[in-house]
Ligand binder design. Sequence first.
Ligand SMILES: Nc1ncnc2c1ncn2[C@@H]1O[C@H](COP(=O)(O)OP(=O)(O)OP(=O)(O)O)[C@@H](O)[C@H]1O
Ligand SMILES: [Mg+2]
Length: 433
Amino acid sequence: MKTLRSTPLRLSVLLIAVFTLFMSVGLAMAFWVMRDALAADITLRAEQVIEDLRAIPEPEERLERAHEIISAADPRAMLLRLTIGNQTVGSVPDLPEGINDADATALPEPVADSYLVRRADLAPGALMVAVGRDSVAELSETFVAILGFALLPALMLTSAIGIVVVRRTSARVEAIRGTLHTLAGGTLTARVGSPHPDTDLGDISRDLDRMAEAQESATGALRQIGADIAHDLKTPIQRLAVRLEALGDTNLPEDARDQLDQARTETAQIIDTFQSLLQIAQLEGGQGRDTFGPVDLGALVADMAEIYDASAEDAGIHLTHALNRPLPVTGDRNLLSRLIANLIENALRHAAGTDIHLAVIGRTLIVRDGGAGIPADQRDVVLRRLARLEASRSTPGSGLGLAMVKAIADLHGAALALGDASPGLEVRIAFPD
Ligand SMILES: Nc1ncnc2c1ncn2[C@@H]1O[C@H](COP(=O)(O)OP(=O)(O)OP(=O)(O)O)[C@@H](O)[C@H]1O
Ligand SMILES: [Mg+2]
């Protein structure tokens, strides 16, 4: 189907169709014109003989002239019979009676395939002239030969060239399209790459690569700024935490201690946020991929269900899991635990009081709850860093859990989809084969 949509293919087919149409129409017109000219010439020749003999009044001379004509003519080109009284010149077998003058008729060997027959009453004498129509048949054969030896090979050649052109351009278009898809999927390192010939598609490939290059360095710079800020602030904030800790060891009035405790919680939250921001930036930069190995997704999900079973029980909810022919995936076990943990914690926090179900089907991981879910138009938004829905403002958290899930899924080349568990949120992560 994809090939049928190819512009070069459509153009080639159109060109070949136009070429065939013009050649066929041209050949047909040439054929009709030449056939008419030949037919007119044949009629003229018959009439000339009739006029020639009619012009001789003397019967003897007329018979003699008829004899001359017939002995000079090739029987395939002309036959003649002149009867005056009881004398006959010419040895033409009697042509079937009732033939219209304009008609052709078939005669036995060794004569031509068909003749144009003309009869004339010369008073005295009855004349019959038959002019061979072989040249018309030969004309048809010539045109069939032109068709076979010129048109068909030309068509085959143009089709072959068309196929080569279509193959080459489709490969280039496919390379460009593939690169665009990969770039759109967030992998900014993708390039068309192959040597670009000096064509319009080559120009597009070069421009696309240049654009991707600029995009990659711009994104890299932005990411670097974010990471630098997080990194530079992390140390002073950690120092602040240490100082607050030290302050706690001193003698403080009760209300100052309350304030201090709150300040310590806030600081811990800030450190967490910075750490998560840094880790997401590192994951987006591809860090961690070199330690990938086979991970038993089924066993991992069973472990995570067990770890969270106690807190689920405390919250009075059921945390169940089901494994349907689980397959191993390639990845980092710690990161994948983090991903599952984030999703379970989200369910515990944002779908409080509803049961949680984990499942693995082949290489697809599913986490489902029975809460309010996430409206379809917000499903892209919540994957961004620091994004939280209005309904969750009162819950603790910094809006980095799902951004981390997305970064881990991307690092593993897995497709992440948020859906509706009606009611509730269903998160699906499909790992590649
Ligand atoms: N299971 C869920 N049901 C309903 N809403 C959800 C669910 N999971 C996430 N959300 C919404 O998506 C937002 C972003 O989730 P995310 O995990 O990124 O941040 P968070 O849970 O608020 O904070 P953090 O995970 O950083 O502690 C949440 O604030 C919440 O509004
Ligand atoms: Mg979360």
